[in-house]
Ligand binder design. Structure first.
Ligand SMILES: Nc1ncnc2c1ncn2[C@@H]1O[C@H](COP(=O)(O)OP(=O)(O)OP(=O)(O)O)[C@@H](O)[C@H]1O
Ligand SMILES: [Mg+2]
Length: 339
């Protein structure tokens, strides 16, 4: 695939060849990335029909007293931390996942990650499986989610071994704060541990704060306090999240902001900022998981010590490959070199 990937501007051509050279030459395989806390099994119900026709069928079945509807269904690996770990593995790093699930969930995780070098020895099996069913209709997805333990993943779930892993990691990433009722406590605890006793950088992808509902204001205040204390090195947000977490004038003073949108991406910190680096011109087959793929490229760029511009270009290329691949495969380094 991907023969149709093309950068949007002439200016990026030189940077693309520079990035290709760097990807050919060196990957810091020993760079340890630890991600938490979400693993989930996604069940996709693929209905190639409109919402109206689906509802019509649904009603008809209900009024005749119930019955069966034949539809193609597929289980997928899910959860932001898990997806990003899987993408990092494809790129050549050996990430570690800290999460909680149940026995069935663990077996499925092993199956999904078979042949990959994602360390799942920090995934415990004494929780509940997080499970999402998504009905994919033409132009709209309806999801039914059971968050399992993910909605309550606080610092008390971390074991001594997990904390040791956090201390010795080069990068510690937390995502899905929006879905986690204990998200602020978890982020504060983990990032403080890195800053006080660890050696790595901290990467935060809080996601959409909307699930916090009436608690959004107070919860966002907690995040802003954490940012003011310098606990977050890198904040990954889309354009809407950027506003919801305090706006660029505030955020750039307290962290490095890696902002991504469907059209362009940009990094800000203090008085520095990059140009807008355009997203690749591809035809998306899916958008779910674009942010996780993008983060994996951003993290690899950080691990490789790339310039801001090359790092953003790498992140865009990883996301573009993933969203336009027929099977939703995350790219390897070779795939990116061929682009
Ligand atoms: N339509 C698109 N065309 C090309 N690239 C895209 C498109 N949509 C997303 N991307 C790539 O994926 C990146 C991440 O997408 P986006 O900013 O929408 O993530 P997000 O809102 O955080 O999504 P998520 O819900 O997955 O967290 C973009 O910056 C871009 O590089
Ligand atoms: Mg996102």
């Amino acid at each position: 695939m991907q023969g149709n990937l093309k950068s949007n501007t002439y200016m990026l051509r030189d940077e693309k060849s520079l990035l290709t050279e760097k990807l050919k030459n060196y990957i810091p395989e020993e760079y340890k990335v630890t991600l938490m806390p979400h693993f989930c099994v996604d069940n996709f119900i693929r209905c190639d029909e409109s919402y109206d026709s689906f509802i019509e069928k649904f009603k008809k079945t209900a009024t005749q007293g119930g019955g069966n509807t034949v539809m193609r269904q597929m289980l997928h690996i899910g959860g932001k931390a898990t997806n990003c770990a899987s993408a990092l593995d494809s790129l050549g790093l050996n990430p570690c996942l800290i999460a909680k699930t149940d026995i069935l969930g663990y077996k499925l995780l092993e199956y999904f990650l078979e042949g990959k070098n994602v360390d799942i020895s920090h995934v415990s099996r004494d929780g509940e499986l997080a499970f999402t069913t998504a009905i994919e209709l033409e132009g709209v997805n309806i999801m039914f989610s059971f968050p399992g333990v993910t909605s309550q993943f606080g610092p008390e779930y971390l074991t001594e071994d997990d904390e040791e892993l956090i201390r010795e990691s080069d990068m510690v990433c937390i995502s899905d704060w929006g879905l986690n009722n204990c998200g602020t406590k978890l982020a504060r605890y983990v990032f403080s541990l890195v800053k006080k006793e660890g050696k790595g950088k901290t990467f935060f992808d809080p996601g959409d704060p909307s699930p916090k509902k009436e608690r959004e204001e107070v919860e966002v205040k907690g995040i802003k306090n954490m940012l003011k204390q310098g606990l977050v090195d890198i904040l990954s947000v889309n354009e809407n999240e950027l506003i919801r977490y305090g706006g660029i004038d505030f955020l750039r003073k307290v962290t490095r902001v890696d902002m991504h949108t469907e059209k362009y991406v940009k990094t800000f910190y203090n008085d520095k900022e990059t140009e807008e680096i355009p997203a690749f011109n591809v035809e998306p087959k899916r958008l779910t998981g674009a942010g996780d793929a993008w983060n994996s490229g951003d993290i690899l760029g950080e691990a490789m010590g790339l310039s801001d511009e090359l790092r953003l270009l790498l992140a865009n290329s990883v996301a573009a490959y993933y969203i336009s691949d027929l099977e939703g495969k995350h790219p390897t380094r070779q795939d990116l070199i061929k682009l």
